[in-house]
Design a binder for this molecule. Sequence first.
Ligand code: UT7
Length: 336
Amino acid sequence: MRVTPSNLNLRGTTLIYSRIAGTGSYLPEKVVTNADLEKLVDTSDEWIASRTGIRERRMAAEGETTGDLAFYAATHALEAAGTKASELDLIVLGTTTPDIIFPSTACLLQHRLGANGCAAFDVNAACSGFMYALGIADQFIRTGQVKKALVVGAETLTRMIDWSDRSTCVLFGDGAGAVVLEASAEPGILTTKLHADGAYKHLLYNPVGVSAGFRDEPNHGVRVIMGGSEVFKVAVRTLDRIVGETLEAAGMQEKDVDWLIPHQANLRIIEATAKRLGLSMDRVIVTIDRHGNTSSGSVPLALDEAVRSGKVKRGQTLLLEAFGGGLTWSSALLKY
Ligand code: UT7
């Protein structure tokens, strides 16, 4: 018999789950519409909307950092959970756009929140950053080492975009989302799945860095390079696989899922995953039209919006998934 949380019966042992106690998010004020981008590159609202589903995205103000976005999202999540920052045992933050090289944005956030002393670190898994952070925090809680964890996905992707490259500059936006996880006897996160395949590095990457060196180019050569249509195909294939793997690990079926909360990279990828699950689009949380692709911020932003709008309710089953540079892909099945 396959072992699942429900049939694993350890006599005298209480299973510990991690449960989402509260969610929060933050979007910068400045809205950049497709019409704004028509003035920058040879593109059109029609092309962007029909190929991606994006109509507008947010852009951080000058001087506004990933850490700022993370702070506001985290503050909202802590408020929603009724948790004081000083109660946190762990902060894990997914980002590819940290404020500075070190200390980690998680450490900067920890100090700003007043959670000094707890473990705090960043995870770089590109667009899967929040999902990886969630999977890691879940493991810490399940083993009993941590009782309360703050998990954040935060990005200022617009800072690493080549604004003359129409194939990437229309896609990305800035934003952050966060959840407070707490130990619970009730489920909770049922399973998380994390994958990567570095053989696909060339399909989505930023070519410069500290050790590889920066370049004598605009913005020191910092830019996103993506083989869009190849990434698209791998994304559809791997997400198709991982949702099946995730349901099987939890002993559940497609019909048990109340809401799909997917990474917001392309509406056509989201629709393919929904179709694979047999879910109509009114059971899928879509924010890409207003947020664009906020990388690590995308899933927790969508989750928080769905919770605050009243769509997602306590006790419902949520399937979260993400896909990004690495390539990485990841998922979580949980009872909210
Ligand atoms: O979050 C991380 C993971 N990322 C993803 O999952 C992204 C996956 N990929 C995609 O979402 C899509 O591949 C894109 C939206 C990036 C591109 O859509 P596509 O339908 O795959 O287009 P394409 O790259 O095959 O390009 C089709 C045409 C090309 O012109 P030609 O060669 O057919 O004449 C491009 O030059 O569209 C052109 N094009 C544009 N045209 C107007 C590319 N970007 C633009 C643009 N505006 N912004």
